[in-house]
Design a protein around this ligand. Sequence first.
Ligand code: FAD
Length: 470
Amino acid sequence: MDADAIVVGSGPNGLVAAVTLARAGRRVLLLEAADGFGGGLRSRELTLPGRVHDVGATVMAMALASPAIRGLELKGVEFVHPPVAAAHPLDDRPAVLVHRDARRTAEGLGRDARAWLATAGAAARAGFPLVELLLKPLGPWEAGLRTFVEGARFGLAAALSATTFARRAFRTVEARALIAGMAAHSVRDLRAPITAGYGLMLASLAHLVGWPLARGGSQMLADALVAELRSLGGEAVTGHRVRHLAELSAPIVVLDVSPRHLLAMADLPAGYRRRLSRFRYGPGVFKMDWALDGPVPWRDPAVAGAGTVHLGGTLEEIALSEAEMAAGRHSPRPYVLAVQPYAADPTRGGHTLWAYCHVPSGSTVDMTDAIETQIERYAPGFRDRVLARHVMFPADLEAANPNLVGGDITGGLMSLVQFLRRPVWSPAPWRTPLPGVFLCSASTPPGPSVHGMGGWQAARLALRTSSLKR
Ligand SMILES: Cc1cc2nc3c(=O)[nH]c(=O)nc-3n(C[C@H](O)[C@H](O)[C@H](O)COP(=O)(O)OP(=O)(O)OC[C@H]3O[C@@H](n4cnc5c(N)ncnc54)[C@H](O)[C@@H]3O)c2cc1C
């Protein structure tokens, strides 16, 4: 194919870039290294035949909130909601439940009900305009003045560390634990700045759009994007790893790759090369999937209805385990992020469980026992339900997707510096110094998650600035 645009990598950002370019009338060729499309959206039979497991992303809150994905109005993708968005079991009291309804959630937080509504609730009430402001940190915004005021209010709390915010805003064990579990999605020491922001953003999304899953597996979203690309005349190829930009000839090249690989695959000017080399990767994850012969036997039956379950106990305990991980150690009681797809989606071939814990980059320590012990702590008898298990060390994750450097699922450390400089400090960080070449991966703003915004921004920039001839 004589392409006007070549997209390298088919993660959500690459796919959204490809579809955006194709919808603008460009002939697009998409090249994917793996044997299937989707990057972090892949689903596979990891345990037993017929059991569908999401290899990477499973919770689609960002996808549902994202202007880039919502705007595409894709056919064949159904987001299904569990009865409860998320649960946070505790040892000595009922689990904390996050409902779609902020008021109902607040009622479960006792003395912190009003504080919850004034923080996570207020961000949710600010609605899609605030999400748009957060997902398009460098514009273009359609936000009005009210949204900027809400954004500033959100920003004051968001800039804090999760530990400081939790202690200032809340008094109860329940609310503090809840925000710690949300903030820990950032894979950071919870004493670090802006970790409160990640927690608040995720909590508010639970109220605004819910924390749904894609019916049939996350792969359905990737497949729908590939189908859309092909319906627009685009071509998509798997099993094609691009090793050097010299292999590609098109006026527009959009790279859904990591900065480390961009450095290896392009002859870049020395200044940009130096700036890109400063980019830092975050810790890794140890991922597990199980085929079960029935639902997880939670001690608190209310947890059964939750799509996502945060395991790790109180704020203090989660903060300690994340601090250990950030310091390069393995917590014996790690924070575990678990998802039970069967709570929302009966089409995954039976009861399955998806979970991971955070580990130092490239760790080779087997966390199976530590993770299962945390699950047993809140669900005695869990191990008796296991028919088969599948584990992925950080190196396995990276072997399946080169963007997961050292098992880093966030595409680069989620620090304050790298919130502002991702991967370089620039008003248009998707642009590279090479004419017509753009970067769109999770290592560009707004960072990780299934929102496709990096791809959308890179494609729009490419359409605005590139001529058709290279
Ligand atoms: C275990 C795990 C759990 C997660 N959970 C969630 C979740 O529940 N919700 C959520 O929103 N997000 C989640 N994420 C994060 C989310 O998956 C990522 O942020 C998102 O997929 C990043 O999208 P991307 O397009 O930047 O790149 P990726 O999805 O990483 O895809 C990059 C693609 O590019 C290909 N590629 C790279 N280099 C080349 C090359 N040189 N040539 C050809 N192809 C190449 C790769 O093979 C890969 O397919 C999770 C991630 C992981 C790994």
